[in-house]
Write a protein that binds this ligand. Structure first.
Ligand code: DGP
Length: 112
């Protein structure tokens, strides 16, 4: 289920443009509009939920699918020497878009 007032749901529906690098029936990966590394992608599930603790059976399956798909997508997009995955959860983490997403950062040596 997608939401009507979520930026990432609008991107999934094509109502807001994005630089897509991968898409299938379960997930979409596109370039972050404010990149924090040479390669900065966002992987989003094609179902709306805000936080890991809200994931139900279906979204848990999609999350697991995404984690196993990401290595291939990362390598195809310039992260062949490693990459970092980040999932911000809530205000203290600086989460600004409340549709669960996985940041994929790489393309260079990343400071910790
Ligand atoms: P987070 O802080 O984890 O909620 O990260 C949200 C990210 O989403 C942030 O790095 C900027 C990115 N972002 C926000 N709005 C848009 C948008 O409309 N398009 C794209 N491509 N990225 C966006």
């Amino acid at each position: 289920m997608l939401s009507n007032d979520c930026i990432f749901c609008k991107i999934i529906k094509g109502e807001i443009p994005s630089a897509k690098v991968y898409e299938d029936d379960k997930m979409l990966v596109f370039r972050d509009i404010e990149p924090k590394a040479k390669v900065h992608l966002l992987a989003v599930a094609k179902t709306h939920f805000k936080l890991l603790e809200e994931a139900d059976g279906n979204s848990k399956d999609i999350l697991s699918y995404m984690l196993f798909k990401i290595p291939e997508i990362a390598k195809q997009n310039g992260c062949d020497n490693g990459y970092r995955l980040i999932i911000n959860q809530g205000d203290d983490a600086g989460q600004t878009v409340f549709h669960l997403h996985i940041h994929i950062l790489g393309g260079e040596n990343l400071p910790w």
